[in-house]
Design a protein around this ligand. Structure first.
Ligand SMILES: Nc1ncnc2c1ncn2[C@@H]1O[C@H](COP(=O)(O)OP(=O)(O)OP(=O)(O)O)[C@@H](O)[C@H]1O
Length: 274
């Protein structure tokens, strides 16, 4: 197990941000934390990368305390709402983070060059970050998080504010990083992102509300079916298999039966707990 969170509580004064949270990440897994605004996702993530310390409970990363310096060398973090240094070039941002993380000069240069190429930043490498678009800044941040070749990558809303094409580029990159056996923790507001990338999802709202693979959550919580009647163009929502049979029998032409999307399930579940 790469990350193990056991019965973690975190308070801000009287506010309970995390209530008795337990979760884990296995080697090579992408785990996604989903939840509404203020659900405590960033608070939990910050404890996993050692910026905050739990008030109760325990977090182990690579079997060590999250604040251990050795652990920090094994992980890469893309925090929420951060930007690379605007007054440095893309190349310098990546290189200097490499040096700060303890790479030798030669190793930092090598890794920086490789990442510039891999993240398609060749044309931008000498540009100042302050002159880049949001998508390119985000790619630079991801390169900075990868410079020490981390086994665990933590990304707090990596695609928020990006246009659809830039989001897809980040997704493709994350999929290719997963293929290399890296583990990832990803917080997101985008259900389609979690559905597409995550092996497992934790839905949290102060505490863990649901946990499972995207398909198991769909199966477990979809008590309705969507029937698309192509001849009339109507989309019907049908509860239970008996009702489904009846509806199908009544349709004359072509039709399609679908389970609801993760987004619809999320909205139903969140409605019940808020
Ligand atoms: N430093 C802080 N001091 C006091 N309260 C805080 C602090 N940081 C977060 N909070 C509060 O703790 C709760 C959880 O916040 P957190 O940022 O962890 O949620 P989140 O799920 O990441 O939200 P979002 O999706 O909006 O980023 C919120 O009510 C927030 O206002």
């Amino acid at each position: 197990m790469i990350v193990e969170v056991r019965n973690v509580w975190k308070f801000y004064g009287k506010l309970i941000a995390n209530e008795n949270i337990s979760m884990y990440i296995n080697e090579g897994e992408i785990v996604s934390l989903l939840g509404p605004n203020g659900a405590g996702k960033t608070t939990l993530v910050k404890q996993i990368y050692g910026e905050l310390i739990p008030d109760k409970g325990e977090i182990k990363v690579f079997s060590k305390k999250a604040t251990d310096r050795k652990v920090k060398k094994l992980m890469g973090v893309v925090p929420q709402d951060t930007e690379p240094f605007g007054d440095l070039t893309v190349w310098d941002n990546i290189y200097y983070i490499g040096r700060i993380k303890g790479l030798s000069r030669i190793q930092a240069i090598k890794n920086t060059e490789e990442l510039i190429e891999r993240l398609d930043l060749i044309d931008e490498k000498k540009k100042f970050v302050r002159d880049l678009s949001g998508g390119l800044k985000r790619r630079t941040l991801i390169a900075m998080a990868l410079v020490n070749n981390p086994k665990l990558l933590i990304l707090d809303e990596p695609t928020t504010g990006l246009d659809p094409e830039a989001r897809r580029e980040v997704w493709d990159l994350l999929i290719s990083l997963k293929k290399e056996g890296r583990s990832m923790l990803l917080t997101t507001h985008y259900l389609d992102e979690a559905e597409r990338l995550a092996d497992r999802i934790y839905l949290i709202n102060r505490k863990v509300i649901l946990e499972g693979t995207p398909s198991s959550l769909k199966e477990k919580f979809s008590t309705w079916y969507e029937v698309i009647d192509y001849s009339s163009g109507k989309i019907l929502r049908v509860k239970g298999e008996e009702e489904l049979k009846k509806v199908i029998m009544s349709i004359q032409g072509k039709f399609e039966v679908k389970l609801p999307s993760l987004e619809e399930i999320y909205l139903e579940v969140i409605k019940d707990v808020t």
